[in-house]
Design a protein around this ligand. Structure first.
Ligand SMILES: Nc1ncnc2c1ncn2[C@@H]1O[C@H](COP(=O)(O)OP(=O)(O)O)[C@@H](O)[C@H]1O
Ligand SMILES: [Mg+2]
Length: 383
């Protein structure tokens, strides 16, 4: 996957901008607050359909303007792929792919695979479990439409089951044998098991890939990613078939249903579903130590970079093509040794857009690079 051209109008601090990108490394340098990250955000937006920095599309509109337009011309599987996103304060977001309008409510369009590493990433380790579930969902959703559908089905069922639980709270004795609730249990377990199995399989693969990258970036310590579902299930038969075979699926559904029975009195009392993938956790462990609790900032960054590089490999193995890599502010995120190892690891294979306050801080990125200077919402190529 390659990004050839980016066009912006009234996007963040850009009145208008146009960039022709190089298939290898692209370096954007400029002082803080000039608009470097905004460019990465626009690329991510066109690749996935939403920003990674804000959930409100209107935040992306230049202050005082009515709407923005962002367009990326990608090459995907040797075919041109033109993604155009428009948004106005009144009418919200519209998406066009190769001139055909797409329903903007499909949150993750995933027209192109984009992987981003930057200062916002620390949230994934330091933040609450919601952040890590979001990571899993974007990560797996980006390579699997089936997962996106399963997940939205699960969320729908969960919302309806929660509504019923809240409703039944006042008559708890009757609710214990409520056929309506049992119907929702069945559906929740069926949809939930599919989501959980995909997460477990993806984490298993990612863990291996991230471990290799981590060893390269930071030779001291072995990284492992561990899936922690909200109830115990046997991971034994996983990974033999995509999405779990019938037997695995039944096993996980049974386990889920048993758990729901167990927690039912408490669920009725609290009026909310207490187990399932919406309560999943993911841990990053280095040599047996949980990085969320005990990792230094530097160790956490190395882990996150390794996870992102693992993600790149994951996309390649699932989609058959490299994702576009966005590296935000690597000079402040990584020490010189880790940066040097990163360039060595990337080895000019992947199209990369790098932002930095000072190009000299990057060191020798290896291979050819195209350089841009970013200043007050203007981007110019440096020749
Ligand atoms: N919706 C917006 N309209 C106009 N300017 C914006 C908007 N959102 C952010 N900005 C401005 O964009 C700049 C930040 O750009 P950013 O790409 O994050 O900078 P950096 O070069 O440090 O990465 C800030 O000056 C901020 O005020
Ligand atoms: Mg920035």
């Amino acid at each position: 996957m390659v990004l050839e051209r980016l066009k912006l109008r009234h996007f963040r601090n850009y009145a208008s901008a146009e960039l022709e990108l190089f298939p290898g490394k692209n370096v954007l340098s400029g002082d803080n607050g000039q608009g470097k990250t905004n460019v990465l955000e626009a690329v991510y937006l066109c690749g996935t359909g939403s920003s990674y920095r804000t959930a409100r599309d209107a935040d992306l509109i230049t202050w005082g303007e009515r709407g923005f337009y962002a367009a990326c011309r990608f090459i995907r599987r040797r075919e041109p792929l033109l993604v155009e996103i428009g948004c106005t304060r009144e009418a919200g977001k519209t998406i066009k792919i190769n001139d055909v309008p797409r329903e903007a409510s499909v949150e993750n369009i995933c027209a192109a695979n984009v992987v981003v590493f930057g200062p916002d990433d620390l949230r994934m380790i330091k933040g609450g479990p919601v952040e890590r579930r979001r990571f899993l969902d974007t990560e797996i959703g980006a390579v699997s439409e089936v997962y996106r559908r399963d997940l939205s089905a699960y969320r729908r069922i969960l919302a309806q089951r929660n509504a019923l639980l809240k409703d039944r709270r006042y008559d708890s004795m009757a609710a214990r044998r409520d056929p309506a609730l049992e119907v929702w249990d069945e559906q929740l377990a069926a949809a939930g098991a599919r989501v959980m199995i995909k997460r477990a399989e993806a984490i298993k693969k990612l863990s291996v890939l991230a471990k290799v990258a981590h060893r390269h970036i930071s030779p001291d310590g072995t990284l492992e990613m561990v899936y922690r579902p909200s109830f115990h299930v046997s991971m034994g038969t996983l990974g033999k078939t995509q999405g779990g075979d019938g037997e695995t699926l039944r096993k996980w559904e049974d386990a889920f249903r048993r758990e729901l029975e167990k927690v039912r009195p408490e669920e009725i009392m609290r009026g909310v579903t207490l187990v399932g993938p919406h309560r999943d956790e993911l841990s990053f462990i280095v040599d047996g130590v949980d990085m969320r609790v005990f990792g230094s900032q530097g160790q956490q960054r190395a882990v996150l970079l390794a996870v992102r590089l693992g993600e790149l490999e994951f996309v390649r193995s699932e989609v058959g093509e490299d994702a576009i890599l966005l590296l935000d502010d690597v000079s402040s995120e990584l020490d010189p040794r880790k940066r040097a190892r990163l360039w060595e690891y990337l080895n000019d294979r992947v199209q990369t857009i790098i932002t930095t306050t000072d190009e000299r801080l990057l060191g020798d990125t290896g291979g050819a690079a195209k350089r841009f200077r970013v200043q007050a919402g203007r981007v110019e190529e440096v020749r």
